[in-house]
Design a protein around this ligand. Structure first.
Ligand SMILES: [Zn+2]
Ligand SMILES: [Zn+2]
Length: 236
């Protein structure tokens, strides 16, 4: 169907509040109000536990659970739940690009120090079969935007998925989630001395990012930072 006809039947809506967008707003994915008052996770609040912290991103208490050096999330999951769904399942490349730009805005605003230390950006990999079925890896789109904005290279070939796994959301216990991802990832290159930024769309229990981080450290990475578009923690 022609794009103008589609827009007539399904007018584009704000990715956050679902208000129909006017012509000018349609260049982006947000209405004026949402664009002005971006509902980022506030600085000083941990996106994982909702507790108070002195910095932007995960608090020290939460970080103890994980192998990575630091982690942050731009939005509480509920805020961007609809947008992520549209992006993942309807192949909304434009929405993905828009979300990637919002993530880049957030990183520049709150995590300049991390961007300055990062050698390159990596994405949590999908199994090639799953990627083929979906047509794309949604996190690649976020990485491409982040890379375009910051100038950091996006190395999509370094962290790969070796085997298919069950969806983490279908597993109840943390042991099952860890077991499911055991030996699921591999690193294809020596990372000695490298500081890398691992990007994902939704941080839930963190098992996936943690398993990826462990693999990156095994390959010699000096520091692994994690940045997610959203966190489905206590804030959501
Ligand atoms: Zn809105
Ligand atoms: Zn916390």
């Amino acid at each position: 169907m022609k794009e103008w006809l589609l827009e007539l039947i399904f007018p584009p809506r704000c990715a956050v509040c679902t208000e129909v967008l006017d012509m000018e707003e349609r260049r982006g994915i947000l209405c004026h109000d949402c664009a002005e008052q971006l509902p980022y996770v506030p600085k000083g609040i941990c996106p994982h536990c909702g507790g108070v912290t002195e910095t932007a991103g995960f608090c020290d208490f939460c970080l103890k659970e994980f192998a990575f050096e630091s982690a942050c999330a731009a939005f509480p999951y509920e805020t961007v739940r609809r947008a992520i769904h549209l992006f993942k399942y309807d192949g909304g490349k434009k929405i993905g690009d828009g979300l990637g730009q919002l993530l880049a805005d957030y990183m520049e605003k709150y995590h300049e120090a991390i961007l300055a230390k990062t050698d390159f950006v990596l994405s949590v990999p999908l199994h090639p079969k799953k990627e083929k079925k979906r047509g794309f890896n949604q996190t690649h789109i976020l990485c491409e935007q982040l890379s375009a904005r910051t100038g950091l290279p996006f190395r999509r070939d370094i962290l790969v998925r070796k085997r298919e796994t069950a969806a983490q959301s279908t597993l109840d216990s943390s042991k099952q989630r860890r077991q499911n991802l055991k030996n699921a990832f591999a690193v294809t290159e020596d990372l000695i001395g490298k500081q890398v930024l691992l990007v994902d769309d939704i941080f839930t229990t963190g098992t996936t990012c943690n398993e990826c981080a462990k693999e990156l450290y095994r390959a010699g990475a000096q520091k692994v930072f994690v940045c997610c578009l959203s966190a489905a923690g206590k804030l959501s």
